[in-house]
Write a protein that binds this ligand. Sequence first.
Ligand code: SAM
Length: 243
Amino acid sequence: MPPTLPPLTPGTLYLVATPIGNLEDITLRALRVLRECDVVAAEDTRRTGQLLRHLDLSKPLLSCFHFNEARRSEDIIGRLRRGERVALVTDAGSPGISDPGERVVKATLAAGLRVEPVPGPCALVAALTASGLPTNEFHFIGFLPHKSGARRRKLEESKETAGTLVFYESPYRVEKLLGELAEVFPERPVTLARELTKKFEEFLRGRPAELLERARQRPWKGEFVVLVGPVDTPCFGPAPAEP
Ligand code: SAM
C-alpha cells in the first residue's frame, strides 16, 4: 500500500516548478499539488492550460505575469486568507527565477501567510551541474540589460565576482554575448547549454572566441544558458565537431 500523503495545507501558496522542455520532468509532488490545489496562478494561462491537459488535469486558472503581478498578489492573498491552496507556475522551470514569483512571495509573507516550494526543473541548475565548471560557488546573473553600455558595465563588474557566472540569454543575442565575453573574459572557459532536456540538447564548451567562431559558422537556435568559469579552471573545449 502506498503511504497516505497529508492533504495540502489550507492558506498556502505553492511554488510549483514545471518542465523546461521535457514533459517527463514533472515531479510526483508537483502533480499532486496541481491536482489538489484550488486554483493555479499562471504566467500564461494558455500555456499552462496545455500542460494541465497533457497531465489530464483541469483547474481554474488565474493569470499572474510580470505586469499584473503586484495587483494579482492582492487577489492571491485574499484567496489564501479564505483558506484556498494556490499553486503558482510559470511557463517553464522554477517560479521566481527570471520569472514572476518574487513579488507574490514577498506579499504573501508580508501578509503572514505560508509559502511552500515544490522544487523541480530549473535551467540554471541543469546547466550548471553538467557544465564541467565549478559548482561549489556560482553567481546567477540571469538576463543582462539590453543596452550595450549597461551590459558592458555589468560584465566588467562581474570580473570581481568569485565562482562560475551564469547568464540566461535569448537566441537573438547569444552571438553578441559571446563577442562581449571574448573581450571581457578572453581566457575563461565558457559552456553554452542549449535546449536543455529537449531533443537537440547540446553543451558547447570552449574559450569565448572559439565559441563565437562556431556561432558565426552556424547560428544556433533555441534556448541558452551561458556559463563562464573562474580564471584558471580547466576548459573542456573546443566544442565537438558538427554531426
Ligand atoms: N524560470 C525558468 C527557470 O527556472 O530556469 C527560467 C525562465 S526565463 C524567462 C527563460 C530563460 O531560461 C531562457 O531564455 C533561457 O536562457 C533559460 N532556459 C529556459 N529553458 C531552457 C532550456 N530548455 N534550455 C536552455 N535554457 C533554457
